[in-house]
Write a protein that binds this ligand. Sequence first.
Ligand SMILES: Cc1ncc(COP(=O)(O)O)c(C=O)c1O
Length: 359
Amino acid sequence: MKWVIAMINLRSDTVTQPTQSMRHHMTNSSVGDDAYGEDKSINNLQHYCRELFNKEDALFVTSGMLSNRLAILSQTSPGDEIVLDYNYHINFFDSAAAASVCHVLLNNRFTKDGILTIDEINEALNSKPRYEYFSQIRLVSIENTINGWVGKIFPFNEMKRLRHYTQLNNMSLHLDGARLFNAHIETGISLSDYAAQADTVSVCFSKGLGAPFGSVLMGSHETIRKAKKFRMWMGGAFHQAGFQAAAALFAIKNNIDLLKNDHENAYLLKERLENISELSIHKNSGETNMIQFSLDNIGMSSTQFISNCEKEGLQLFHWLPGVVRAVTHSGISHSDILQSVEIIKKVIFHHSNKNRKEL
Ligand SMILES: Cc1ncc(COP(=O)(O)O)c(C=O)c1O
């Protein structure tokens, strides 16, 4: 008889499955043609987000990546520059689209800790001539929480400073808040206070909140009007997508508080992994729902390590060569975390043993 191993999936918080109650809610939601503004569920979601984040307008879109692209397109012209940290998602995973779809230049800063500051932007601004016919910095983009900095929370006071600076310098400020709900639940700072610090805010429903689909981009009437046009240009307009919007609204209303469990599980994982001397754990691990560790002291590639873990029932994410990421989410329990630690220990033990035998 062949045993099927139940997988513990820590690859990302995008792997969450809709719960039965969410599925039920979706099935019973009302839909219409959004091209005519007649999809009630989409209208409800957009209305709810406008109120919750206190922004003039909100637009439901397919994904976080599309939302970021629309924020760029609606606040820049071809040839403009965006200043951001190298590890923010817009550069780290999506730079091809910035160049090919948005026709902008990413002026990446290698910040020491993931927090883009006024000094970094000034440096970007003053490092080349800025006569009117040269490239201009029109947009500053930040992220909260910061995926590429292991779920780190962008400090609120720094956001306020950036807001002030960008307003004075004729730049817009975009907040990629794919995981802003995680920052909010951890700091207690309201979503509207966070949103007030940026011209545009993008949030995702298909990460820790557990909905199957979608993001919302928020900003001024004028910016969202442009974003809607660009969404259509990219074939991203909807007809009866209210089923998805209903799931997103259900997620916002019911699941934000649950993120606290994910953070506790991530912290537990970090604490347990710190006891494994062969691993170097990234210092931001466990601040919200992410963990990263390096395999430098083990002498094993991350591909091999991940494949060996998977054979034992644990899925992890290859971040960079030698660097592995784990993300907690609603599908992960306390006991999954303890079991994951045992699997990781076992994989390291077998590898060291094999090496010893070969010597
Ligand atoms: C910070 C950040 N922004 C944007 C995205 C893209 O979201 P999506 O996968 O919905 O396109 C992600 C995905 O993980 C992300 O971490």
